[in-house]
Design a protein around this ligand. Sequence first.
Ligand code: PGA
Length: 253
Amino acid sequence: MTRRPFIAGNWKMNKTVAEALALAREVRNAVSQVRERVEVAIAPPFTALHPVAKVLEDSNVALAAQNCHASESGAFTGEVSAPMLKELGVTWVILGHSERRQFFGETDAGVNRKVAAVLKAGLKPIVCVGETLEEREAGKTLTVVETQLKGALQGFSAAEGAGFVVAYEPVWAIGTGKTATSRQAQEVHAHLRALLAGVWNQETAAQVRIQYGGSVKADNAAELLGQADIDGALVGGASLKANDFAAIVKAAP
Ligand code: PGA
């Protein structure tokens, strides 16, 4: 089974609308050559989704959101629902990012409800899992990601699951300049794929793309993306510069 590499840029809380438009145009132009080979998405902040959607029309760059609420509408001041994102032309929604877990109290059960909302709206989830440094040092990495993965994916059919993307992002590697070695990352990715086979079946597990995230840069991307179970990258800091992001996209095998 060959899985199409998928590189997504998570802009986090960066870029005004004017800045986002400029960066989106640069990214669109810089990655236009990889059309068939690599799937590409960018996740600007909510405020820039609508204008950026226009820039990405007829391009090979998809639009992603960084979060959504689990309900379709209602009295949830300050929140944004999945149908609202769909209306803007969003395709992917990043869910359960470690910053959401760490700073906004997101739980596996909450991520699970958001995955359901995303599917119901006709969108696709990128489900993030990853251990802290303390958990890694205590030898708990594989059990932590297992709990997160199973909690987030509970209740979905294999047919639904085949379209999911999972992102393994060790918390200690995010924004720190410390990347997991390709061996460390591959070990966890292989474990996640085995877990997916348990949740669904081998065939579905072989279809699900598992991205690595955490200080992915142009100079470490090829090595990471060359691993058997690493099917792409979720890129934070390096996605804020079009050339750096495009170099990562082009490093995909
Ligand atoms: P980073 O962030 O590439 O800046 O480490 C990755 C992420 O948080 O998705």
